[in-house]
Every structure is written in structure tokens, then in C-alpha cells.
Design a protein around this ligand. Sequence first.
Ligand SMILES: Nc1nc2c(c(=O)[nH]1)N[C@H]1C(S)=C(S)[C@@H](COP(=O)(O)OP(=O)(O)OC[C@H]3O[C@@H](n4cnc5c(N)ncnc54)[C@H](O)[C@@H]3O)O[C@H]1N2
Ligand code: MOO
Length: 418
Amino acid sequence: MSLLSATVQDACVPNTATRLRSVDSYRATIHALVADLPIERLPVADCLGLVLAEDVTAPIALPPFDNSAMDGYAVRSVDVVGASEENPVELPVSEDIPAGRTDVVPLLPGTAHRIMTGAPVPPGADSVVQVELTDSGVQQVRIFSPVNVGTHLRRTGEDVREGDTVLTKGTVLAPPQLGFLAALGLSHLPVRRRPRVLILSTGTELVQPGTPLVAGQIYESNSVHLAAAVQEIGGVAHVLRSVPDDVNALYEALKPHLDDHDLLITTGGVSAGAYEVVKDALAGEGVEFLKVAVQPGGPQGFGTYMGLPVVTLPGNPVSAALSFELFVRPALLRAMGRPDTDRARVRAKASSEMKSPAGRKQYRRGFYDAGSVQAVPVGGPGSHLLMAFAQANCLIEIPEDVTVVAEGADVELLMLTR
Ligand SMILES: Nc1nc2c(c(=O)[nH]1)N[C@H]1C(S)=C(S)[C@@H](COP(=O)(O)OP(=O)(O)OC[C@H]3O[C@@H](n4cnc5c(N)ncnc54)[C@H](O)[C@@H]3O)O[C@H]1N2
Ligand code: MOO
């Protein structure tokens, strides 16, 4: 056993792998922290990105009635046999059927109904001649072409039959699914509701964008990144004004909001300094602080404060962003019932050598060039390099046991963009 105290060991041997939680293990911990979101019936228009919690059965057929696919004339095909430019067939137009007309008058033999796209096809008609193949007559119409039975008809139930299971539980609701379900007449859908995420940045040095800086201050950016990242996956972000490194200010900021959120994310104040406000406030209050074998993003904390699940992310902006990406994002997606909790992975060749600390999984910001199948590191490993992150389209994952990635070596990427 070492004679050094734990604190001294931390400072001197920061990379001792055995003392760090693995990325996978910590991911599982955060997964377990965030509970499945409750199922609610929400208006279709509010369901983008949410997940169906039940199978959906079609309450009606689609199309709900036989209708015309073209503006033209509903006819019986036998009445226009042999029609041509030189020898048009002339028929009396006995009805005009715009889309939306709900009384349906049968078509008598030897007549035509003028009909618009989407309008109900009258009983007796078996086809539609598009207007371009006629003289567009209103009382009488001259038809210049024969037509096959069924031409330009959209049949009842051709798309969906009433009673069919049309989408299954677990389907992610993107625009095509929402439009389809609205077409079936559904106004509300059973979904797991959006996660409500409370976000609190800490640091006396932080100033809101839009106000002047004095030396020693920086603009607060973590909450902006995190709120956008929460919204991007369909969550609701509630950003609190950042608090200075003052434990009481932190308690006061949180107090009114503990009941109506699913998760609290804090940033900053979790490392080893003298003013670690999050650690000081929440250690012993249900939150455990630890180090994860990852770089950036080593110092972490998680737990439950006054009943609210909490993840405390490190303050360095790239560390906070990556921690959300690796641990919080998949947990929120899983709580929403989303099947696609992980980023797409791609293999590529490293465009240049990269060094990585032993015993830690390193995530370098990179640019994936699909043409050359190369991963180009963007910026260095530093967790303050925000522009590099903004220019990256992927993360280059370097495993714990790799300290040097040679130029041209295979690397695995987590794609940040589609
Ligand atoms: N002696 C040690 N020092 C540090 C260690 C360590 O193990 N021993 N770990 C380093 C690592 S790694 C990280 S990551 C940071 C984490 O520190 P904190 O979570 O306490 O974060 P802060 O000190 O509050 O801030 C770090 C850095 O980030 C800036 N920051 C913080 N919040 C924001 C924000 N909302 N928007 C923009 N920028 C922010 C802050 O000004 C600092 O520059 O600790 C290392 N130190
Ligand atoms: O873990 Mo810190 O996040 O490397 O910068």
C-alpha cells in the first residue's frame, strides 16, 4: 500500500487507470440515473423527435374515398374509345366536382363530369382524362384521347386499410410520420414526453454574452451549448442564470426548480481547486464525485439532490460538451425511448500522428473526409479549444491502451453530423 495520501496520489499520478471509472461503466451509471419518461397523449404538432409509446391502428382508410389524381374529366372509358385529335369524342359535362364537394352524383353513360385533383370520383366513372387532353369545355367537352380503365384514379385504401397497424411502438416521430398520422385524423399521440433539463453554470468569472468583459472574466458559453444539445434531441432546456462560486448562491438558484425537472446539469466547480462550488455544495447531499478515464472530461459527479437527478460536468467548455455527448445524451435518449441512442461510428485513417494519455480514452475533435476516408484532427487535445470543436464534424476515439496513433493508422470516429 502506498504511503501517500489519496489526495497526493491524485495530484502526482493523475492517470492511474485503476483509480478511474471507465467510460462504459460511467455511461451505464448515468443511464441508470435518468428514469424513463412518462407516457402522455400529446398534440401531434408537439411530437417531433418523440417516440411512439403504443402501436397505431388506422382509424380510417387512406385515401378515404376514390378520388382523382388529375384535374380533368371523369368518364367511362368505353365512352371515349377511339378518341383522337382528328376525331375527338364530344360529351356533355353534367357536373362540376371541385375538391371538397361532398355530395356525389353518379355519372350517367355518355356524359362527363369536370373533376379536380383530390375530388371524389362519381360512381359510374372508371377513369379520368386529364384536362390537357381535352378542349377544357365547361358545357360540352371534346376529348382527344382514349383512356384505360383506372387511369388517374386513387382508390380507397390504396395507401392504408382501415384497422391496419400502421406504425409500431418505438417509432421515432420525424416529419413523415407526423404528417402521415395527421392524415389519418389523429390529433394526439401516445409518446414519452420530452425530458425537462435544468442547466446551471457556475463560476465567478462568467459574464453573459452581450455585456462588456473586464480582464479576468469570460463569456458564459456552456449553458448555451448544453441547452442547444438538449433541444437538438427533443428535450426542453431551462437555463438558470449562472451563479458565482458561492455555495449559498447555488442553493438559492436551485431551490425554486427542484420539483419540475427530470435532470439537473451543472458545469464547473468539480475539480481540485479551492473554490469548487458544485463539489462543496453537493458532496454529502446525494452527489458523488469521481474521475472517469476520459480526456477531456475526467472530473465528474452524479447523484440525486433533493430528489432531482444531477450530473455535474466539468467546467472547461469542451469537457462539458463532450461529457454531455458521451454520458448525458445517450441517457436522455434512452429515457425518451429512442432506439438510436448512439452516434454513428465510422472507421477512417488518421491523417497525422496523435498522442494520447495512457489509461484514458481520448476524444479528439476531427474532420472526417468521406472522399479520402481520412480523419483529420482539428486543433489539439486541450479542453479550452472551442473553435476546433465548432469546426469538427466527428470525434476521433483513441482507446485507453493507445498512446500514439501513427499517421495512416485506423481510427474509429463518432459522427457528430449526419
Ligand atoms: N489541480 C487540478 N486542477 C485541475 C484538474 C485536476 O485534476 N487537478 N482537472 C482539470 C480538468 S481535466 C478540468 S476538466 C477542470 C474542471 O474544473 P471545474 O469543473 O472545477 O471547472 P472550473 O474550474 O469551474 O472551470 C474550468 C475552466 O472552464 C471555464 N468555464 C467554466 N464554466 C464555464 C462556462 N459556463 N462557460 C465558459 N467557460 C467556462 C473556466 O473559466 C475555466 O477556465 O479542472 C482542471 N483543473
Ligand atoms: O478532463 Mo479535463 O476535461 O481534460 O479538461
